[in-house]
Design a protein around this ligand. Structure first.
Ligand SMILES: [Zn+2]
Ligand SMILES: [Zn+2]
Length: 261
């Protein structure tokens, strides 16, 4: 396991198929905790930057899936850090069981194959943990220098992304998208319409760097990449469709490029 430095105080902790992230100031803040059994690797990562596991004070969970919340209980037991997450999935962590969606939505054949191979029959069991703080869209967390919470449902109902302003603004995009073979959709969604709306919402933020649960970090111009990929309305506007407004009720389209009228 090789820790990757993303900014002066943000580190990516690769944990096999999934990433966790560590933010360093006087205290340590961890975003996600890997699959069950990942705690030992995360504690090792903390020691490798010369910090003590006891410095870990805050664990932010982007969502309850076992590859993100699987190590939370053990890390809390070892460090007494507080666990923060959205209410919609808090019971999964409290009860130690994460259900799978009844009808998952896939955006491509490869994603469906990956789901069937690695997720469909995987256990939903995780060690149960106390959730200390319920957080929601628009919350400003006074930790790690200030973190803005963004509710981004679609992959799962209580998924949160985190925006960390700094010399470079960093977005922790969770599983809203993935960056495995380029920026693209996550392996599956519970509700794809909601997911697309969440991606458009993220694309309105101004971030230089985007970190993902799955795949590599985008280190430059990440918001522009999100806008190009996920913000369909922006693309339409850039094609300069023209409208003529006759009165408040009636709008007539007079010209659209690539189309004869
Ligand atoms: Zn997930
Ligand atoms: Zn995941």
């Amino acid at each position: 396991m090789k820790l990757k430095r993303i900014t002066a105080n943000v580190y990516e902790i690769p944990l096999g198929t999934v990433n966790a992230f560590l933010i360093e100031d006087e205290e340590l803040t961890l975003i996600d905790t890997g699959t069950p059994g990942s705690a030992v690797k995360i504690l090792h990562a903390i020691r490798s930057i010369g910090r003590d596991p006891g410095d870990l004070r805050h664990i932010l969970l982007t969502h309850s899936h076992p590859d993100h919340a699987g190590g939370a209980a053990e890390l809390k037991a070892q460090t007494n850090a507080k666990i923060y997450m959205h209410e919609a999935e808090a019971d999964h962590v409290r009860n130690g069981f994460v259900p799978k969606p009844d009808v998952p939505v896939f955006t491509g054949f490869i994603n469906k194959m990956m789901y069937n191979l690695f997720i469909k029959n995987a256990s939903g069991d995780i060690a149960a943990a106390t959730v200390d703080e319920l957080i929601d869209d628009g919350d400003w967390l006074h930790i790690a220098g200030g973190i803005h919470t963004i509710h981004v449902p679609g992959h799962s109902a209580g998924q949160l992304a985190f925006f960390l302003p700094g010399q470079k603004n960093v977005l922790f995009a969770a599983d809203t998208a993935a960056n495995i073979m380029g920026l693209g959709y996550a392996i599956f969604y519970e509700d794809f319409q909601l997911a697309k709306h969440s991606l458009e919402k993220l694309a309105t933020f101004d971030f230089d760097i985007a970190c993902f649960g799955h795949g590599g970090t985008i280190r430059h111009s990440a918001a522009a990449r999100f806008r190009n990929k996920f913000m369909k309305h922006a693309q339409k506007i850039s094609r300069q469709t023209q409208y003529i407004v006759l009165d408040e009720e009636s709008v007539i389209r007079i010209k659209e490029p690539e189309e004869r009228i």
